[in-house]
Design a protein around this ligand. Structure first.
Ligand code: GLU
Length: 511
């Protein structure tokens, strides 16, 4: 019988969600949707010291912005609620005790001071201290102390931790959906803490295994940094008697710096000028980090870019909607090696999505930008202008530069354009064109186009010279869409006024 697919994204709310984390969530989501499964958001907040207020909301808002829909989670609820580990506190202790009883774990009473002293002592000898099979029977553990003494210590309220008793020398054979078979010998592994009496909380390892089991998780897809924990997780499943229903594991490659060397960090973002977080984040200390959303990225473009960082479809196709990603995604095509983040590629994706938007969508994005400049404009006009600027835009922040002149007369003229066109007879000819335009009642594209071209035919004057001179006077530079589109959008009165203003500003000739 095949198991229902249930995957989880299990972030710890320790700050803003890095784009690597968003990619983990995305791959889980694609995997679940493709197989008709469920995507669960579990908040792993058992490390109260690293808890950051606002991080949980940030995670949920990020997923929502990306279009990743949560089936079960702290807001959504679900059959295995609660989905926040701090609210599941009472569940874990029993499993820790079960592991002690079955001989797979033990109590350790060493105080942090004692452990620090031991560590310092070993380091002085040039050795490193590890809490493992070599030392566990010599320290203050239930492996050395008598049962009575252990009971007495617990009864009098001594703080303790419960540690996993790692087998001394066993080859653990594991399977990873991306990396294949992996074997690791336990000799080098230490005895991880599973439970702490001080705050009556489990550590990540125990809570994670217990919850994956209780929540019937079928596949664990997570970052490569968790691969070293996999032997412990396999052994925990075995020790708890859950190997039969243990999930399958897949560890995703790291996101690398633009240089290809090392893991992509927040500092790289600052250095190379790109966001590493999906949304803007204000840390508790007031430090602000930029976000893809606030930088003007479309969520579809962001998701498309992220999906291809570590996965490839095996074809030339680069643009994928969420539905297309759901269809095409496969863990087999996730690479084992790190994926280099390329800021230019992120720009490219956004541009592609910009170019594909309808004129109306661009118009809707343009209106608020115009408003910031004190300009009200109809939906229709915004959409028409949108149609002219979208091919040249990457971000909405480009719009004003590309569209501002439709509404505001130039106050400066591009020196290069002036040098090239404001010379010889051009200004005088421009005044002739002004009269031609002044005589047109209906200032439509067709009418101005026909009138100007008739004048060109009649006079034999160079079309390139006169149209560029006209453009320079109306736009302020030699840029923008078709001249007659510009004239129609700017309107007769403004066009005539702008010609006059250019002549006033630049004079009649500039040899
Ligand atoms: N809480 C862990 C993290 O923050 C989850 C790791 C896992 O998916 O097992 O990455």
């Amino acid at each position: 019988m095949t198991r229902p697919v249930r995957v989880r994204f299990a972030p710890s709310p320790t700050g803003a969600l890095h784009i690597g984390g968003v990619r983990t969530a995305l791959y889980n989501y694609l995997f679940a949707r493709q197989r008709g499964g469920k995507f669960i958001l579990r908040i792993e907040d058992t490390d109260s010291q690293r808890f950051v207020p606002g991080a949980e909301e940030y995670i949920m808002e990020s997923l929502e912005w990306c279009g990743i829909k949560i089936d079960e989670g702290i807001r959504e609820g679900g059959p295995h609620a609660p989905y926040r580990q701090s609210e599941r506190k009472d569940i874990y202790k029993k499993y820790a005790l079960q592991l002690v009883e079955s001989g797979n774990a033990y109590y350790a009473f060493d105080t942090p001071e004692e452990l620090n002293a031991l560590r310092a002592e070993m380091e002085a000898k040039g050795e490193t201290f590890a809490y493992n099979h070599a030392v566990r029977t010599q320290l203050a553990t239930s492996l050395r102390l008598s049962a009575e003494e252990v009971e007495e210590r617990i009864a009098r309220g001594d703080q303790y931790v419960i540690r996993f008793k790692m087998p001394e020398n066993e080859s653990v054979e594991m399977h990873d959906m991306i990396r294949g078979n992996v074997t690791i010998n336990t000799a080098t592994l230490d005895d991880k803490v599973l439970y702490k009496s001080a705050d009556a909380l489990p550590t990540y390892h125990l809570a994670n295994i217990v919850d994956d089991h209780l929540m019937e998780i079928s596949h664990v897809i997570r970052g490569e940094e968790w691969l070293p924990s996999l032997p412990l997780h396999y052994l925990l499943y075995r020790a708890l008697g859950w190997s039969d229903t243990q999930p399958e594991f897949g560890h995703l490659p790291l996101l690398l710096k633009p240089t290809g060397q090392g893991k992509l960090s927040k500092r790289d973002g600052d250095k190379f000028g790109f966001p590493v977080f999906p949304l803007r984040w204000v840390a508790p200390d007031g430090e602000v980090s930029r976000g893809y959303r606030e930088d003007g990225y479309f969520p579809e473009a962001f998701i498309n870019m992220l999906a291809l960082l570590g996965w490839n479809p095996g074809t030339e196709q680069e643009l994928f909607s969420m539905d297309e990603l759901i269809n095409a995604f496969s863990l087999e095509r996730v690479s084992k090696s790190g994926a280099r983040f390329q800021p230019e590629k992120a720009h490219w994706f956004n541009g592609q999505y910009m170019h594909r938007k309808s004129n109306e969508e661009i118009g809707a994005l343009l209106k608020p930008i115009l408003k910031e400049h004190g300009i009200e404009c109809s939906d229709e006009l915004a959409a028409t202008i949108g149609g002219h600027i979208k091919e040249r835009s990457t971000f909405p922040a480009d719009f004003w530069e590309l569209a501002g002149y439709f509404f505001v007369a130039p106050t400066e003229y591009d020196p290069k354009g002036v040098k090239k066109y404001w010379k010889g007879e051009n200004p005088a000819k421009l005044l002739e064109i002004r009269e031609v335009l002044a005589a047109i009642d209906d200032f439509s594209i067709e009418n101005t186009d026909a009138a100007v071209h008739q004048w060109i035919e009649r006079t034999g004057y160079s079309a390139g010279q006169i149209i560029n001179t006209l453009r320079l006077s109306v736009v302020g530079a030699c840029k923008g869409p078709g001249m007659f589109d510009v004239l129609a959008l700017v309107g007769k009165e403004q066009v005539l006024a702008r010609i006059d203003a250019a002549v006033a500003a630049l004079g009649m000739a500039n040899e």
